[in-house]
Design a protein around this ligand. Structure first.
Ligand SMILES: Nc1ncnc2c1ncn2[C@@H]1O[C@H](COP(=O)(O)OP(=O)(O)OP(=O)(O)O)[C@@H](O)[C@H]1O
Ligand SMILES: [Mg+2]
Length: 429
């Protein structure tokens, strides 16, 4: 058995060697042809070969370029982005070679398939081969200082009849990259899987409903915006102390309509032209959020440099750029320091709706009690109602104190825990 195996592998080695020699000869002849035969003849020959092989080739092959090309060469193709989003979770399961990118403040890793990698996918019973090909092309519109542009193209091959396959859209969270070299990716993306919805938000129910109504009216208002001659965009300013639910609100907004979120980090933007490119490369049906930096001193220092973008610069770019497009866009700016903002920056039209996210009220507490403890009423609710009106406590603190700390989830103990915390805050105040 041993001998047979060795014998087999030897003959297999011979076959491979012979095959390798044959391929080598063909490549050699092909290189010679390329050198001595005019280009239009080789093109004609390869077109003929393609046509001949097409008879026996049972697949359809479609390529999607990363960039749209033409004058708008920096604009990422929407089809490419959609496919990348669709393949993201599949790549990490199916591909053998993955590329990892660190995103979102060095906290998350985003995976995608590596160049020249291929994965096989089953879509509604149709077998599809996806591959990521890196092609180097000369783009005549780019100046000679940067003559070469690496384009990536995702191509799909599938058996004929498997055309309708890009569905299952998940929300994506995009973060801008702090790399200013030529050819870098403007936005990195990960699947956005935050579980929060408006139902989870602890706030005055009337206020919550008002915000939902405002959003729904906006999202259905395409014709109306056209009629009144305004671009179809809406700006929200969320302000309030830390831990009052501003970031959670943005997540809930995105979930409400399945909008993508673009998280804009101004410090990573080198200047206004890059900012324009970034905003130009956001999709419609998206929310762009700019959260004010906590480290304010540092931001002020940095924004004094010529190349850095300031908040007013950002708002001006948004005014100019998004006024020219007719697609629905939401811009959300959050801050803990609304009183320090220049009123001109947050005037209506720029920030259409100002929403105060305030300390936790009794109605907010009731949302937490229902979600965390399945309680709609309890004898301790009255004590909590009085205390919560007397102190300034963020919803984040209420949530933390109400969270069960034991497997049994003893509701009484949780409520008492919260009462203790509220009394402590009252004493300290
Ligand atoms: N109004 C709220 N409803 C429900 N949960 C909330 C609310 N506010 C805060 N939380 C809870 O507290 C955590 C922190 O909230 P969030 O990040 O939304 O606050 P924030 O206002 O954005 O704070 P910061 O100003 O520090 O950015 C959330 O993960 C959430 O669990
Ligand atoms: Mg926040």
């Amino acid at each position: 058995m041993d001998i047979k195996l060795r014998k087999m592998s030897k003959s297999m080695g011979d076959i491979l060697m012979g095959f390798g020699t044959l391929i080598g000869s063909i490549m050699f002849v092909y290189t010679m042809i390329q050198q001595f035969v005019p280009e239009y003849v080789t093109r004609y020959l390869s077109a003929c070969i393609c046509r001949i092989t097409a008879f026996a080739y049972p697949y359809i092959e479609i390529s999607f370029d990363e960039f749209t090309g033409g004058g708008d060469w920096l604009k990422v193709s929407k089809a490419y982005t959609a496919i990348e989003a669709y393949l993201g979770p599949k790549s990490s399961k199916l591909a053998k070679r993955l590329k990892a990118r660190i995103v979102k403040g060095n906290k998350d890793l985003a995976f995608s398939m590596d160049d020249d990698e291929e994965i096989v996918d089953d879509f509604a019973g149709v077998k599809i081969w996806w591959s990521l090909d890196k092609t180097t092309t000369f783009d005549a519109q780019i100046s000679s200082a940067a003559p070469r542009d690496d384009h990536r193209a995702i191509s799909k091959s599938c058996h004929q009849g498997g055309e309708n396959m890009i569905e299952n859209r998940h929300i994506r969270l995009y973060s801008n990259n702090a790399n200013h070299e030529y050819g870098y990716k403007l936005w990195s993306q990960v699947a956005f899987e935050h579980p929060v919805t408006f139902d989870h938000l602890a706030m005055d129910p009337a206020k919550k409903q008002e915000i939902i109504d405002d959003l729904v009216t906006f999202s259905m208002g395409r014709d109306y915006y056209l009629k009144i001659g305004k671009p179809w965009k809406r700006g929200y300013l969320l302000y309030g102390p830390p831990g009052t639910g501003k970031s959670s609100m943005i997540a809930a907004m995105a979930k409400l309509f399945n909008y993508d979120i673009y998280d804009l980090e101004l410090r990573a933007v080198s200047g206004n032209s890059e900012l324009k490119q970034l905003l130009h490369n956001t999709s419609n049906k998206s929310i762009t959020k700019k959260e004010e930096d906590k480290d304010k001193d540092k931001e002020d220092e940095e924004s004094n440099g010529d190349s850095k973008v300031t908040l007013s610069g950002l708002l001006n770019v948004i005014d100019g750029l998004w006024s020219a497009c007719s697609k629905e866009r939401i811009f959300v700016f959050t801050t803990n320091y609304v009183e320090e903002l220049d009123p001109a920056l947050i005037r209506r039209g720029r920030m259409d709706k100002h929403i105060e996210m305030s300390y936790c009220c009794f109605e907010g507490f009731k949302v937490f009690a229902k979600i965390y403890l399945d309680l709609e009423s309890h004898e301790l609710f009255d004590t909590i109602r009085h205390l919560i009106h007397e102190v300034k406590v963020s919803p984040a603190d209420v949530a933390e104190n109400l969270m069960p700390k034991t497997i049994e989830r003893d509701s009484q103990a949780c409520l008492q825990n919260l009462i203790k915390a509220l009394e402590k805050i009252k004493e300290d105040e």
